[in-house]
Write a protein that binds this ligand. Structure first.
Ligand code: SF4
Length: 290
């Protein structure tokens, strides 16, 4: 058999697997229909289609500083992202590569003692949409990539159901090393590692961020020290927030939680549909009379 036929067979196999994943997620989340092709909203259009890709790289805050919206910020304010200035994407991508190298040798916090390897990101650093989770688990620690275990497979199905390819999004975590026994990262560990996430987000400069779970939400919104006084993910999911006063953030449940509580998939799908609308994608329409 020729190489071309093998490649075609592999592509068809991948397509069938993706379609199956999409159908499984749509069925499990209560959604019906298929997402329509990408339709970019004028305000959501990427900068690279214009003169230059807007970003905050050139004016990004010092590492570790945040200006996140406080919990009491109004919904209207939380959806009014500020325009971004053009930037040299080549510089940003080169810095992302060097940042990943820095992270590999990081010993800023005790999590460095337990890792097999650091877990920086996967996906497209030019993505319009970024997903942020908590931290690596056992599978991620072994492979050096985020969201590659069972929760990651579910996340991939969610992304596919939204009409995005896995090469159209960027996925990373609040902490880059696996906490022992998959416990939550401690506040001091989050503080040590968050500067890396802030710089990743300044460099990727997405239009929308999805915060997967409470740890991602409090890390992105600078609520690490709020402790129990921070609003819970159950209360805040589905409501738009702002990351550093400029990038809309949609908090939703972590895919690992969905594996334990599949009845929550419908709420997550509602949150992801809000993200799709914000990015100019039409969510699947419910069947009439269904
Ligand atoms: S978790 Fe982050 S801060 Fe801690 S050692 Fe790993 S890379 Fe460094």
């Amino acid at each position: 058999m020729s190489d071309g036929a093998d490649e075609l067979r592999a592509e068809l196999h991948d397509l069938a697997a993706q379609t199956l994943a999409l159908v499984e997620w749509l069925g499990a989340s209560g959604a019906e229909g298929l997402p329509t092709a990408a339709r970019r909203a004028p305000q959501a259009r990427r900068g690279e289609e214009q003169a230059g890709r807007p970003t905050a790289v050139s004016a990004r805050p010092a590492l570790g500083t945040t200006e996140a919206a406080p919990p009491a910020r109004s919904a209207a304010a939380a959806t009014a992202a500020t325009p971004r200035a053009p930037v040299d994407r080549a510089d940003a991508l080169a810095r992302l590569v060097s940042l990943e190298h820095e992270v590999r040798s990081c010993v800023r916090c005790p999590l460095s003692q337990h890792r097999t390897q650091t877990v920086f990101a996967r996906g497209n650093p030019n993505a319009r949409l970024v997903f942020v989770g908590e931290g690596p688990g056992a599978e991620e620690d072994a492979q050096g990539l985020p969201f590659v275990g069972a929760a990651g497979q579910l996340l991939d199905r969610m992304i596919t159901a939204m009409g995005f390819g896995l090469d159209e999004v960027y996925i990373c975590n609040v902490v880059k090393c696996r906490p022992p026994s998959n416990r939550k990262p401690e506040p001091q560990e989050m503080h040590a590692c968050l500067p890396y996430l802030h710089e990743q987000l300044a460099l990727t400069n997405p239009e929308v961020i999805v915060a997967l779970g409470a740890t991602a939400m409090v890390g992105l919104l600078d609520w690490v020290d709020a402790g129990a006084s921070a609003p819970g993910i159950s209360r805040l999911r589905g409501t738009w927030k702002l990351y550093q006063g400029r990038i809309p953030v949609m908090p939703t449940f972590h895919p690992a939680y969905l594996l334990r509580s599949p009845d929550k998939k419908r709420e997550v799908w509602s949150d992801l549909q809000a993200v799709m609308r914000r990015m100019g994608r039409e969510p699947p329409r419910p069947k009439q009379g269904g």
